[in-house]
Design a binder for this molecule. Structure first.
Ligand SMILES: C/C=C/C(=O)SCCNC(=O)CCNC(=O)[C@H](O)C(C)(C)COP(=O)(O)OP(=O)(O)OC[C@H]1O[C@@H](n2cnc3c(N)ncnc32)[C@H](O)[C@@H]1OP(=O)(O)O
Length: 259
């Protein structure tokens, strides 16, 4: 199983488990996470959600092979029904508190999804990147809105225009991360924080989260729509094909021939 889910003591834990591919996320994995989140939404026994990777890697982001093979529109299937949309919609709209424990690299959607979590804990080996421009793509799932809001435009531009990677301390300084911890303390700490949420009155947690997110929900949804229309087209463009092919051929992409 490339995604592990378990429920215990009021916490739904979702864990990336595809270490041989650096936890790169396929459609099947997005669907498994979407299903777990949708199920949790209607399960009163779940009072907090914990998302984690492996000590050496959170996730390498979307599986690039999946991007190459499964990006064409499918007749009769609206783009919003794709597993990645179902997952991000369920995460962004979750009424339950979501804790993320990040260690190792969090690439692409691996960093974007953190902007939709509530408590984000990073190990001192965490490394974040949104290399969309390096892949011939553009930001997705409201990162073009949320990152400038969190970090200010100039810093967000370094991360989104250049796709530069950044370490845990910078992520903390930018407001993307709640706290940085030594790797060995990360998981127990995130678990304890989730347990604290479980022990608090669920109605208070729900109300607090909903009030904190209320003013930006419409903007997030509108931005996701605009980004995803562009992203879907860019996935099929020659720049992305060159970037994906170059990755698997273990060479630098050559974008010089594209205007
Ligand atoms: C809507 C969502 C959008 C997005 O998420 S866009 C972002 C897409 N992701 C990426 O562009 C990241 C690509 N991966 C990497 O840059 C690197 O990997 C890492 C920095 C994550 C790790 O580097 P290292 O430790 O050197 O590992 P390795 O040798 O590159 O990878 C080990 C095996 O894993 C495969 N793999 C890694 N990432 C992906 C991926 N994203 N999709 C498919 N396969 C991936 C490789 O090819 C390789 O495989 P083999 O052992 O056969 O050479």
């Amino acid at each position: 199983m490339d995604i592990l889910t378990s429920k215990a003591d009021g916490i739904l834990t979702i864990e990336f488990n595809r270490i041989e591919r650096k936890n790169a996320i396929t459609g099947v994995m997005y669907q498994a996470m979407a299903d777990a989140l949708v199920d949790a939404e209607s399960d009163d026994a779940v009072r907090a959600i914990l998302i984690a990777g492996k000590p050496e890697i959170f996730t390498a982001g979307n599986d690039l092979d999946d991007f190459m093979k499964n990006s064409k529109p499918v007749e009769g299937v609206p783009p919003e029904m794709r597993p990645v949309f179902q997952f991000m919609r369920a995460l962004s709209g979750s009424s339950k508190p979501v804790v993320a424990a990040v260690s190792g690299a969090a690439v692409g959607i691996g960093t974007t999804l953190l902007m939709h979590c509530d408590l984000v804990y990073a190990a001192d080996n965490a490394k974040f990147s949104m290399p969309f421009s390096q892949l011939g793509l553009c930001p997705e799932f409201a990162s073009s809105l949320l990152l400038p809001q969190l970090a200010g435009f100039p810093r967000a531009a370094e991360k989104l225009l250049l796709g530069e990677a950044f370490l845990a301390q910078e992520a903390y300084d930018m407001g993307l991360v709640s706290k940085v911890l030594p790797l060995e303390e990360l998981r127990p700490y995130a678990q304890r924080q989730a347990a604290k949420l479980v022990a608090l009155p669920a109605a208070s947690i729900r109300a607090t989260k909903s009030l904190m997110k209320r003013s930006r929900t419409a903007a997030i949804n509108e931005t996701m729509g605009a980004e995803n229309a562009l992203f879907g087209a860019m996935l099929l463009a020659p720049e992305a094909k060159e970037a994906f092919t170059a990755f698997f051929e273990k060479r630098k992409p050559d974008f010089s021939k594209f205007a």
